[in-house]
Ligand binder design. Structure first.
Ligand code: ATP
Length: 300
């Protein structure tokens, strides 16, 4: 278990993190989502003690804090950050990298072979990493962290440069690791992918972590029932508002127009459908507001 207690980070008078307090549990995948330059990496750097916060502390398993060098060594047995592609040595093979990580964290050596197999790396893992493609390097970085087998794993943009098949394989591995009691924190921009395995997703804004479920509740659009019109315009929105002033209509930055379907609001779907047909807009869908729509609305 890891607790962030009142973490504050300020760069040149600007609050990047403001009194962030949150607990992360075993068997949990956490998604961190935000536009570039918002504070996701800063948060991870604080968790790793690569960056000292201006206020607050991080507590591991109710007892360990970054108060001494020897505590830091103990904590870094529990928590790891996925290596960056720039951390790879071009003259060493993938397998050599995995062996180094396995021995550094003193993990079960059998994890090396099982991870190579699970990630389909057999054909290239014995070659020098200098010959790898971007996706192969990324898979190796992920494999290195899996082999280190720490209780808490931090991953910044783990899916970078991966094709859809690899995204799927890594997603499945994440789900397996979650079942093994790991806590995994992932900063990602692949929202639909994140939704498949994350237990909690937070949007980061103004130095705070906001839980997506709470944002759905707070934003006024009923997240579970909206009519989603993919190519909305301000003109269409105004016209629909004039025709049906009772409707809650929102036009998002990604040009998606959402019309709330209130509970028991019978007839609204028919009205909107007829209106769209009259206005030569046939395409729409009904369902939950997507995470991408929520993102677009939230960061507008
Ligand atoms: N050491 C530093 N000194 C000054 N400003 C910094 C420092 N590190 C980060 N920042 C600033 O803090 C803000 C948050 O940066 P951070 O790297 O945490 O963003 P991020 O959400 O991880 O972005 P990305 O999605 O691009 O990785 C940015 O405006 C960045 O310029």
């Amino acid at each position: 278990m890891m607790e962030l207690k009142n973490i504050g980070v300020n760069f040149s008078g600007r609050d990047i993190l403001k009194e962030v307090s949150i607990t992360f549990h075993p068997r949990e995948i956490i998604g961190l989502v935000a536009p570039n330059g918002t504070g996701k990496s800063t948060l991870m750097n604080v968790i790793m003690n690569y960056l000292r916060p201006n206020s607050g502390k991080v507590l591991f398993n109710n007892e360990l804090e970054y108060t001494t060098k020897s505590n830091e060594v103990k904590i870094h047995k529990l928590v790891s950050m996925m290596p960056d592609q720039s951390d790879l040595y071009n003259h060493l093979s993938g397998k050599q990298h995995l062996k180094i990580y396995s021995s550094m964290w003193d993990s079960n050596p059998e994890l090396i072979e099982s991870t190579i197999k699970a990630l389909g790396m057999e054909s290239y893992v014995n070659k020098k990493t200098g010959t790898y493609s971007l996706g192969m390097r990324q898979r190796l970085c992920f494999a290195m962290q899996i082999v280190s087998d720490t209780q808490i794993m931090l991953m910044d943009e783990v899916m970078n440069g991966l094709d859809p098949t690899q995204v799927e394989i890594i997603s499945q591995t994440l789900v397996k690791k979650k079942a093994e009691e790991k806590t995994i924190i992932i900063a990602s921009h692949l929202l639909e992918n994140l939704e498949k395995y994350a237990n909690r997703i937070f949007f980061v804004k103004n130095g705070k972590l906001d839980l997506v479920e709470d944002i759905y509740k707070d934003l006024g659009v009923n997240g579970n029932a909206v009519i989603r019109i993919p190519e909305g315009t301000a003109e269409l929105k105004d016209k629909l508002s004039v025709a049906y002033p009772e409707l809650n209509i929102q036009l998002l930055a990604n040009s998606v127009m959402l019309v709330e379907l209130p509970k028991g609001g019978s007839g609204i779907l028919e009205k909107v459908s007829a209106f769209l047909s009259e206005n030569h807009k046939q395409a729409f869908s009904v369902g939950k507001m997507s995470l991408s729509d929520l993102y677009s609305k939230y960061y507008h």
